[in-house]
Design a protein around this ligand. Structure first.
Ligand code: ATP
Ligand code: MG
Length: 178
């Protein structure tokens, strides 16, 4: 049984995530999607709860008839040396890890896992940071996510949430910041 693990914060889930996950789901029996920094929400960097991110991902994949996935919330433990064991204690067993993050790659490699760094698709626009910036500045963020993600964000009043949180933050300056 080949199970692949991919971990992200998915703040929010976007078309770059969708592309890699669609591809991995075809090439493995199951794909385990770890929702990282699961304890975080209601900040500019991490506006959405783990449950909201779960909905965004599950609704997007199911509507594309992708059903061979498990979603696992993973809270931060602030102890890199123990982090892989933490993930192993929560996720179903996996054989291979996909991550573009050098620290994640290093930590799993040290524990003997095969780690593959996937190619990033249109990273200039398909990036959580760029999408959150567009949300705050009323730019077109919708074109970078699925319609299922738009629906979840509407349902939870997500745009007003991130804008209000950003008011007392660095984003309140006139100058758009990337
Ligand atoms: P942020 O800007 O908030 O860090 P992000 O777009 O980098 O958001 P993450 O949740 O940090 O999203 O990404 C998790 C994983 O998703 C990455 O390690 C990478 O493997 C994959 N990924 C992210 N963006 C893309 C993309 N454009 N194309 C393919 N894979 C991507
Ligand atoms: Mg990232």
């Amino acid at each position: 049984m080949m199970r692949a693990l991919i971990i992200g914060r998915f703040q929010p889930f976007h078309l770059g995530h969708l592309k890699i996950i669609e591809d991995l789901a075809k090439r493995h029996d199951y794909i385990i999607i770890g929702i990282g920094s699961a304890q975080e929400s209601h900040t500019v960097e991490n506006p959405f709860t783990a449950g909201e991110r779960h909905l965004m991902i599950a609704n997007s994949l199911e509507s594309r008839n992708i059903n061979n996935f498990y979603l696992v919330p993973i809270e931060d433990i602030y102890r890199n040396a123990l982090w892989v064991a933490h993930v192993e204690s929560i996720a179903p067993p996996f054989n291979v890890v996909y991550s573009a993050n050098p620290l994640v790659k290093r930590l799993f490699m040290e524990k003997g896992y095969k780690v593959i760094m996937p190619e990033l698709y249109r990273r200039d626009i398909y990036s959580g940071k760029e999408i959150r910036r567009r949300m705050i500045y009323d730019e077109n963020w919708q074109e970078l996510v699925t319609k299922e993600v738009i629906k979840v964000i509407d349902e939870i009043d997500g745009i007003n949430r991130i804008k209000e949180i950003a008011k007392n933050d660095e984003y309140s300056t006139d100058q758009p910041k990337k």
